[in-house]
Design a protein around this ligand. Structure first.
Ligand code: 2P0
Length: 361
């Protein structure tokens, strides 16, 4: 299903005004999406874990439009107009206008806020774009008079979220989520994410994620530009093969509870992501000295203590530390004693595997 082939209910135009709000979490990829083919289609499938406490809430107020025919909206982030975010929303609404033609009949006032500080260096496009996609789908649903949030609703929301930001497609579901066609898994698609159907071993069911903020500044190269640099990348073909292999292996480890196997794949994916950035043309670095210090300390600590702990990285310098809930005390002490010194203003964010978006009353 391409962007403009998305199916949906035919709006009846009866809905004339109202307020819709959703909360949607961020996610961290274990198997990374890095590189696209065509419009927002991933070069390889990915797997992520949805977070719990790092989320965006978006509220959309709809009023009958005074200026029929165009998209009309005001965007407020944490109570203030933010032109650079407004521009991203504008691009997104333009991209989905043919899917939601009723948008021309409304003036929208969009209010968004995050539980995590915007300047914490945490990618917010996944949570932000997924809340907005859910709000648009709810709006369509109210217009069409249907009230159920069924599987089709979330599948469509995931497809719409993907148009805003690829990683946002995965935030529509809780737990472990996959996006990108995998031939052996019929429920998967390049156009929307789906919950990973593999049974998940108890050791991974209460996985925690403590995010170590190594640097809270905006990164020098955007993910969009990074994806672009995968075109004609000398290692692109090998990367795609590796991602499929890693995904197969990770699915087995998630199911049989092999934490050492999980560590091998998750760290390989994180390091590969940043190696691909370094080997791009032009090459660039998002990891920083603090990132490397922390990685070395995690390796030493794991070797010395045998603690089940693994790191992963997003497209930035911050380190996500994943560990089963039962290791919480040990890991907290380790962070306090050894890792906090490498964090920007001693900043960490504690999070865990989450259940996915929630409609707000
Ligand atoms: C991921 N990242 O799988 C990978 C790994 C960052 C590192 O997807 O261009 O914001 O909006 O589709 O989703 C970040 O890129 O990119 C990303 P667009 P997105 O989470």
């Amino acid at each position: 299903m391409a962007k403009n082939e998305t199916t949906g209910n035919r709006p009846t135009e009866d809905f004339s005004a109202g307020t819709i709000a959703w909360r949607s979490p961020s996610n961290i990829a274990l198997i990374k999406y890095w590189g696209k083919k065509g419009f927002q289609i991933p070069s390889n499938p990915s797997i992520s874990m949805t977070l719990s406490d790092s989320y965006t809430e978006t509220l959309v107020k709809c009023r009958p439009s005074q200026n029929s025919g165009n998209i009309s909206f005001d965007f407020f982030f944490e109570g203030e107009k933010k032109p650079q975010f407004g521009q991203k929303i504008s691009t997104f609404l333009e991209a989905v206008f043919d899917i939601f033609p009723f948008l021309k009949n409304f003036d929208l006032e969009i209010h968004s806020s995050n539980t995590f500080p915007h300047s914490a260096g945490i990618a917010s496009s996944a949570s932000a774009m997924s809340t907005l996609a859910l709000c648009l789908c709810s709006m369509e649903q109210q217009i069409s008079g249907s009230i159920n949030e069924n599987n089709d609703f979330f599948q469509k929301a995931s497809n719409i979220a993907r148009i805003g930001s690829g990683s946002a497609s995965r935030s529509i579901y809780g737990g472990f989520v996959t996006w990108g066609k995998i031939d052996s898994l019929p429920e998967t698609s390049d156009f929307y994410a789906s919950p990973l159907k593999t049974s998940i071993h108890p050791i991974f069911q209460n996985l925690r994620d403590t995010i170590l903020i190594i640097n809270k500044n905006e990164k020098a190269v955007s993910s969009r530009a990074g994806h672009g640099l995968m075109e004609n990348h000398p290692f692109a073909a090998a990367r795609i093969t590796q991602a499929y292999q890693n995904l197969d292996e990770l699915s087995v480890y998630l199911s049989d509870g092999n934490f050492d196997g999980f560590v091998k794949i998750v760290e390989n994916e994180a390091l590969t992501l940043h190696a691909l950035m370094m080997a791009s043309n032009p090459g660039y670095l998002l990891i920083q000295p603090g990132t490397l210090n922390v990685i070395r300390k995690i390796w030493d600590f794991r070797k010395q203590t045998g603690t089940n702990i693994v790191f992963t990285l997003d497209a930035g310098p911050n380190v996500h530390l994943l560990y089963p809930e039962r290791e919480t005390k040990t890991v907290r002490d380790f962070i306090k004693n050894e890792l906090l010194a490498d964090c920007d203003e001693n900043k960490i964010i504690d999070d865990k595997l989450g259940e996915g978006p929630k409609k707000l009353k």
